[in-house]
Design a binder for this molecule. Structure first.
Ligand code: PGA
Length: 305
């Protein structure tokens, strides 16, 4: 069966499906509402199945609608990619760059992107900061050009390169009784209830694996989806925390938190720059990747011990 449909219809449908509203799609695409409804009717005719259904006052996607939505998003991303590559071929270091980074990497990644956009002024960057689970989903949907994360994802074919170490450490308030101890055995923390990141976070997964490998039981006291909140909770005395050292620049500099000297710590991880296998990187995306590989380390600011 040859599907006789147009990019235009898919684009209009994608917007209406995302908003579940013809009116909002019309606003987004600067079209009239009858214009939107006509494009979708033609698409439904081409597909041979209804794509939306109205239950009560609410619009829903039908099963076919959900399928077409997934494909229309992928086609949209590919078209954006093609546009970027062609734009680049016309010359100059310009174009659009969609970068997603793990929450924990945002501390250095924002500085890194600022430096990059100062060097390449004609580049428009969009930055999404989210946890590992959501980065995996984005990679499998081929959304960002590149992702900076703690460990390449499973279940999606990617190319990845490690570019910098990412040590995870145990943090405590500076006046904590263990703050001056050296080589504290890991077993000491068997009954501790840590303040840690949510499951789905890369940091959290690495902590769990580390304790499992060392046969030491690990208890979660409070889960938080933000490293900032964890640091504040630890400072307020809610418990010990485990975070990447790259989130601690300010707290170490101002001596608001301290890193405990624990045997087998830090948990040694690496930051990776990751892209979908086979993705055609635009020249500016390649330049960005090289910039990360060569210069990321400069954007870490930790006090000398
Ligand atoms: P997180 O990511 O912010 O999800 O913990 C860091 C990582 O990928 O290790």
């Amino acid at each position: 069966m040859a599907l006789n449909l147009t990019f235009r219809q898919l684009k209009v449908f994608e917007s209406a499906a995302r908003h579940l509203s013809y009116t909002r799609a019309a606003e987004e695409l600067h079209l009239s509402q009858p214009g939107v409804s006509m494009q979708i009717k033609q698409l439904e005719e081409a597909v041979g199945l209804p794509l939306f259904e109205q239950i009560g006052k609410k619009m829903h996607l039908t099963h076919a609608g959900r399928e077409v939505f997934t494909y229309s998003q992928s086609i949209g991303h590919l078209l954006d990619e093609a546009e970027d590559v062609l734009e680049e071929l016309k010359g100059g270091a310009s174009g659009k760059l969609a970068i997603s980074v793990a929450t924990t990497a945002s501390h250095f990644a924002t500085r890194l992107l600022a430096a990059f956009s100062q060097r390449y002024e004609n580049v428009t960057i969009s930055l999404d900061i989210t946890n590992r689970k959501s980065l995996q989903r984005q990679l499998s949907d081929n959304e960002p050009d590149m992702v900076i994360m703690g460990q390449p994802p499973e279940g999606v074919e990617v190319e990845s390169e490690a570019f910098m170490v990412n040590p995870l450490v145990i943090i405590a308030p500076t006046n904590h009784p263990l703050a001056t101890e050296q080589n504290i055995p890991l077993q000491h923390f068997e009954d501790e209830h840590f303040v840690v990141r949510e499951s789905g976070s890369g940091t959290r997964g690495a902590i769990q694996r580390f304790f499992d490998e060392h046969n030491v039981s690990f208890h979660t006291g409070i889960e938080m989806s933000s490293n900032e909140a964890i640091k504040q909770a630890v400072e307020a005395g809610l418990g010990l925390g485990i975070v990447s050292i790259h989130t601690l620049e300010l707290e170490l500099e101002t001596a608001r938190l301290t890193i405990l000297n624990v045997m087998d710590f830090p948990i040694q991880r690496h930051w990776h720059i990751v892209q979908r296998s086979g993705k055609r990187l635009s020249p500016i995306a390649q330049t960005f990747k090289q910039f990360v590989l060569d210069e990321a380390i400069k954007f870490i600011r930790l006090p000398e011990k």
